[in-house]
Design a binder for this molecule. Structure first.
Ligand code: CA
Length: 466
């Protein structure tokens, strides 16, 4: 009797064991404000990104990956919920934003509403250990804290940017301080990009030991301003000067940090059972950090391809073919359902998400496009991409129409040649907007002009090529 009970318990334990190990670990490497051209795997001869280049060769490179907004906060809100962030009023800009007389929320109250379910919530439900490292930017108030939004562990800062070096004096806002767990403020002992990787490696080792599948999100603030780099990294780029030299050094550190995590997975023998995604939150702001988005046009905070199309790599051994490309449009909103499905979740049971599970599409089971239509909106500006056509509605000039497949740099506006198409796309965009919530907070109107001016000044990115 005793023996059979022992065998029974043993079987239960081994099945739990096998169950856990069947689930792939998930690592999301996420950069900030990086230029589309500024990676070796996108042809850069200036930037040194050997680890990410290797990742590109081991997995799938997506040539038309989009974010749901060309700015940090809203883009992240779309990714973490798998939904167009305008559906819950996270439209206007970053948090904290401007508190207008008609805005309902003050600075700390601006964030992803607590009724929204996050990617980490879904993965936790599937038995994953979850951790977040780096820039949060989805709400400063305690109720929005990562540890209350599905993440077991957190080492990062609540705001949108901070120094890469430890603060010796108090920073302008508490949101800029590094925090371990909840409310335990702890400045990094080294250059922040490296410190984030060290923390994530520690998490990966612990969870591997505990035999629990894990999800680690590395939300690097690299290569967002401030332009901070170490003397050692700067010395690797003797031929560059000014901000371009600094962004190259920051990108090198970013790549090194990604490499450290990838190497750790290999060391533990779990790289074959780990999904790794690398992507970026919005296009490079050439004026701020000297990033370059060529061959795309425009920058961060505008809806030309340079603002919304981002580098995107995915490695999943045994599932995805190495060294391949996927050319249909996808969105970072797809990460939530893709990861949830990989974790054994039933995506069809999730209501009201805009992302789709990419796996059937990338593996060739489904040859249709994951998205026939994608939308963007900020204030009066709106965009619809339908098939290869993209209509951009501006606040200060007539709408423009591009055929993205033939004109990746959006230099040939064909609106005048297709008045009927312009009309129908305009209507379809409006119909989508009718399904959205009003913004929960506003941005000073004058910032619309800042965005438009930046688009015009930095539209032609060929001028900034090294
Ligand atoms: Ca950003």
């Amino acid at each position: 009797m005793m023996k059979s009970i022992t065998i029974f318990i043993f079987c239960c334990l081994t099945s739990v064991f096998a169950y856990s190990q069947d689930k792939p670990n998930i690592v999301l490497l996420f950069s900030d404000d990086a230029g589309y051209a500024d990676f070796g795997f996108h042809g850069s001869k200036t930037m040194k990104t050997p680890n990410l280049d290797k990742l590109a060769k081991q997995g799938v490179k997506f040539t038309q990956a989009y974010v749901s907004d060309p700015t940090c906060g809203p883009s992240r809100a779309g990714l973490i919920t798998g939904r167009y962030q305008q559906r819950f009023g996270f439209e206007e800009n970053n948090v904290p934003g401007f508190m207008s007389k008609v805005s309902a929320a003050d600075g700390w109250d601006m964030g992803v509403p607590t009724e929204e379910v996050t990617l980490a919530d879904y993965l936790k439900k599937q038995g994953y250990a979850t951790a977040f490292y780096g820039k949060w930017h989805l709400g400063g108030a305690d109720k929005f804290h990562p540890t209350k939004r599905g993440f077991d562990e957190f080492y990062g800062f609540r705001g949108g940017a901070r120094s890469y070096f430890p603060y010796s004096d108090l920073p302008p806002s508490k949101m800029d301080l590094m925090e371990k767990g909840f409310g335990n403020y702890q400045e990094p002992a080294k250059y922040l990009t490296d410190a984030l990787a060290t923390e994530a490696v520690d998490f990966i080792k612990r969870k591997h030991k505990e035999k629990q599948p894990f999800f680690a999100m590395l939300s690097f603030n690299a290569v967002h301003t401030p332009m901070d780099a170490t003397p050692e990294d700067l010395a690797k780029f003797p031929n560059l000067t000014g901000k371009r030299k600094i962004v190259a050094a920051m990108t090198l550190a970013l790549d090194r940090a990604c490499g450290k995590i990838i190497d750790q997975l290999k060391k533990l023998g779990i790289e074959d059972n780990t999904i790794i995604v690398f992507t970026n939150d919005n296009g490079g702001p050439t004026d701020k950090n000297a990033s370059v988005n060529y061959p795309l046009s425009g920058t961060k905070s505008n809806h030309l391809e340079g603002g919304i199309r981002v580098p995107f790599l995915m490695k999943w051994p045994g599932k995805l073919k190495a060294n391949t490309t996927y050319t249909n449009p996808i969105s970072t909103m797809d990460l939530l359902p893709t990861f949830y499905a990989a974790a054994g979740g039933d995506v069809s049971a999730i209501q009201n998400i805009d992302g789709v599970n990419l796996t059937p599409f990338i593996t060739g089971i489904d040859n249709a496009k994951p998205h026939e239509t994608l939308f963007w909106k900020k204030d009066a500006r709106g965009v619809i991409r339908k098939g290869d056509f993209k209509l951009i509605r501006f606040p200060d000039r007539p709408a423009e129409l591009y055929n993205i497949a033939e004109d990746i740099s959006e230099s040939n506006n064909i609106a005048d040649a297709h008045p009927e198409l312009v009309k129908s796309l305009f209507k379809e965009l409006f119909e989508w907007e009718l399904t959205l919530e009003r913004p929960r907070w506003m941005l000073k109107k004058e910032f619309e002009k800042v965005d438009i001016d930046r688009m015009d000044a930095y539209r032609d990115q060929s001028k900034f090529l090294d």
